[in-house]
Design a binder for this molecule. Structure first.
Ligand SMILES: Nc1ncnc2c1ncn2[C@@H]1O[C@H](COP(=O)(O)OP(=O)(O)OP(=O)(O)O)[C@@H](O)[C@H]1O
Ligand SMILES: [Mg+2]
Length: 353
């Protein structure tokens, strides 16, 4: 059987051993003579080197070509998904100052299930029940966190609690989520071709999704103006929808949604926009990568109504770091902060908290 990734191994021979190694999650090439890999949540410097900058640049251009794209002076940045699901981003000089820069996020073959996350200590039983209740009670949830903190993995875990029998429309820039239910309808955006034609954005796909009778909408990541379309969809039904966003805290998550919605270019008064955010989003699940490389759900917070025009959240459960050893190892515990406002609703629905 032909290995879907054989061409990648061919072009990137100097890092072939890391491509083949399932314990390596990312490969970061910073010019021809510096390579880092991520293994077990830690970045390590490895001795791999490319023969020369032209050889590395040619390799990156070949990867682009193999997926029907270009990487040259007119198109100096490449954002691509490979046939095996890996994600590649490349930037060539003079934009990158150290030579061609390539990052490869390898596709995880085995999904990170919520059971596995729990066994790694990424969340405890209380957190798991809370998250499950959010999904079963059709709350609109945003997973927030820094880059590579585990947002997409947590969204995938959240989606595993969606009951069979609901129609779920999934919209992503590049397919990463792996929903297991039967009635899943997945969509993927399309980049413009080399003539700048044919682009289909998340916003376009949200508009289609709304006409396709979704029970829930799952959006891989919010990065721009689609935030407004999502807010409008949530405020007109489709409870139980979910997405992720890059943010530093649950409050920051709401601010980021607001900022993204403003990028839509649609004129809407700030006060109206804020009340849309506060009413559309019910809860924020915040993730973090701790100093020892471990990833955790560090906070689950419910969104309260605006007060004097400002966002407010109520933290329900959180991770509390108690000590950090000299080698960076973190110890602590999960703790309950407040009783959810939906505790009674959960009791009536027979959902355990
Ligand atoms: N709880 C976890 N325990 C161990 N590894 C994890 C955990 N969550 C995520 N990972 C790993 O961390 C990497 C990043 O995870 P993920 O893609 O979910 O993060 P992200 O925040 O969505 O990243 P991005 O900012 O690029 O969208 C992946 O290799 C994933 O397998
Ligand atoms: Mg992600």
């Amino acid at each position: 059987m032909e290995d879907k990734n054989s061409f990648l191994t061919l072009f990137l021979a100097p890092v072939a051993e890391y491509l083949a190694d399932d314990s390596v999650s990312e490969i970061l090439i910073n010019g021809p003579s510096q390579v880092y890999i991520e293994r077990g949540g830690k970045l390590v410097d490895v001795p791999a080197k490319f023969v020369s900058e032209p050889a590395l640049k040619a390799a990156a251009a070949n990867i682009a070509k193999s997926v029907g794209r270009m990487l040259d002076d007119m198109h100096p940045r490449l954002d691509a998904r490979l046939p095996d699901g890996s994600r590649v981003h490349a930037v060539i000089p003079p934009l990158s100052r150290v030579g061609t820069v390539v990052s490869i996020r390898k596709f995880k073959k085995d999904t990170l299930t919520i059971d596995k996350m729990q066994s790694y200590g990424s969340l405890d039983d209380g957190m798991r029940k809370l998250i499950r209740a959010l999904v079963l009670l059709h709350k609109n949830v945003i997973v927030s966190g820094a880059t590579s903190s585990g947002k997409t993995s947590v969204l995938n875990a959240l989606s595993s609690f969606i009951p069979e029998g609901e129609r779920v429309l999934v919209i992503e820039d590049a397919t990463e989520l792996q929903l297991q239910q039967r009635h899943i309808v997945p969509f993927e955006t399309r980049k413009a071709d080399k003539n700048g034609q044919g682009e289909v954005t998340i916003r376009d796909l949200i508009h289609s999704a709304l006409r396709l009778r979704p029970d829930r909408i799952v959006i891989g990541e919010i990065r721009g103006g689609e935030a407004l379309d999502l807010l409008q969809a949530l405020n007109t039904g489709h409870a139980g929808s979910m997405s992720t966003i890059h943010a530093n805290s649950p409050i920051d998550c709401l601010r980021r949604i607001e900022t993204c919605a403003l990028l839509s270019g649609i004129d809407i008064p700030l006060s109206a926009l804020r009340s849309q955010v506060a009413s559309a989003i019910d809860a924020v699940v915040h993730t973090a990568r701790l100093s020892d490389g471990s990833r955790k759900v560090v906070s689950v917070a419910e969104v309260l109504p605006l007060e004097a025009g400002e966002y407010r959240v109520r933290e329900l459960r959180r991770w509390k770091t108690e000590s950090i050893a000299p080698d960076g190892a973190v110890s602590g515990r999960f703790e309950q902060v407040e009783v959810p406002s939906f505790a009674e609703q959960a009791r009536i629905a027979g959902v355990e908290l």
